[in-house]
Design a protein around this ligand. Structure first.
Ligand code: C2E
Ligand code: CA
Ligand code: CA
Ligand code: CA
Length: 279
């Protein structure tokens, strides 16, 4: 059976010394990765349930390590957060994603929203708003086409400061969403006050559908609550047609997952968009 998206890729077999050594080596490598152009982005389509069209993509970073091959973000993003490298990496991701979104527009296809993940450290940075403004300004991307994904943990950590930052970001006009919803702690009271546009149901709830009746109940409840708060609901980790049918029945607005398309290169996204603009 599937492990419901849990990715426990830690090396428990190796000794502590080995782990520390490989950790240090990885950190040294990560420091150089940006300059050596070893980081790149993949894009996963987000599909509108009622129109069945790609309305957005989520940018997901990858590291092409010279010796180890491709390293997934679950392995190096925590390291980047620990070391502060998330700041230059996060800025590179944001700029690269904005440039890409603009390039797709020049193919004169319909606008596609670009979603970028923000880590807690980035969200707390006092220069965040300025960084977002200059990325938009320098690339010319319409702020409404930039989506920033924030986790519950990021938002709930310091609710008062969060409110201020969210106000600033909303003033720019970017689209804000809560990622991995249901896995952290969200106070319903704050959820109402944060006033973000969309809520992404964590894939751990979608995973067992349609058989898992408890996850089905949770998913239905999240959709009802989000709609009550006038939020858009996105289901993540949709892997089967059955799940898609069920989510459509539940009134879910958008879907993302392997069934709709894995994270892929910009060239393949262009192909998908072109195909879609013909039908
Ligand atoms: P996330 O933001 O929740 O992104 C969704 C993850 O689920 C991605 O893993 C994606 O490849 C995977 N996924 C997509 N469809 C399915 C599906 O149908 N089933 C399953 N089981 N998984 C699916 P990925 O690309 O390995 O990224 C993992 C996490 O790393 C992301 O989770 C996000 O938290 C973080 N991350 C990725 N890129 C960035 C980035 O540029 N900045 C920051 N701060 N974090 C990032
Ligand atoms: Ca995300
Ligand atoms: Ca997520
Ligand atoms: Ca996540």
């Amino acid at each position: 059976a599937k492990s419901c998206g849990k990715n426990n890729a830690k090396l428990y077999s190796s000794s502590l010394t080995m782990q520390i050594m490989s950790h240090v080596k990885l950190e040294v490598g990560l420091r150089k990765a940006l300059k050596r152009e070893e980081l790149y982005l993949l894009y996963q389509p987000q599909i509108d349930v009622s129109s069945a069209e790609i309305v957005g993509v989520e940018a997901l970073v990858r590291w092409r390590h010279p010796e180890r091959g491709i390293i997934l973000p679950t392995e190096f993003i925590p390291l980047a957060e620990e070391t502060g490298l998330i700041m230059p990496i996060g800025e590179w991701v944001l700029r690269t994603a904005c440039i890409q979104a603009m390039a797709w527009q020049r193919h004169s296809m319909r606008p596609v929203r670009m979603a970028v993940n923000l880590s807690a450290k980035q969200f707390k940075d006092e220069n965040l708003t300025q960084m977002v403004i200059s990325a938009l300004h320098e690339t010319g991307l319409d702020p409404r086409l930039l989506e920033l994904e924030l986790t519950e943990g990021t938002l709930m950590d310091d609710a008062r400061a969060t409110m201020v930052t969210l106000d600033q970001l909303r003033a720019i006009g970017v689209y804000l969403s809560i990622d991995d919803f249901g896995t952290g702690y969200s106070s319903m009271n704050y959820l109402k006050r944060f006033d973000v546009r969309a809520l992404k149901i964590d894939k751990s709830f979608i995973c067992g559908l349609p058989q898992d009746s408890e996850n089905a109940a949770i998913t239905r409840a999240i959709i009802a609550m989000a709609h009550g708060l006038k939020m858009v609901v996105v289901a993540e980790g949709v892997e089967t047609g059955e799940q898609l049918v069920l989510l459509k029945q539940y009134g879910c607005d958008m879907v993302q997952g392997f069934f709709l398309g894995a994270p892929q290169s910009q060239e393949l996204i262009v192909t998908m968009l072109k195909k879609q603009s013909l039908v």
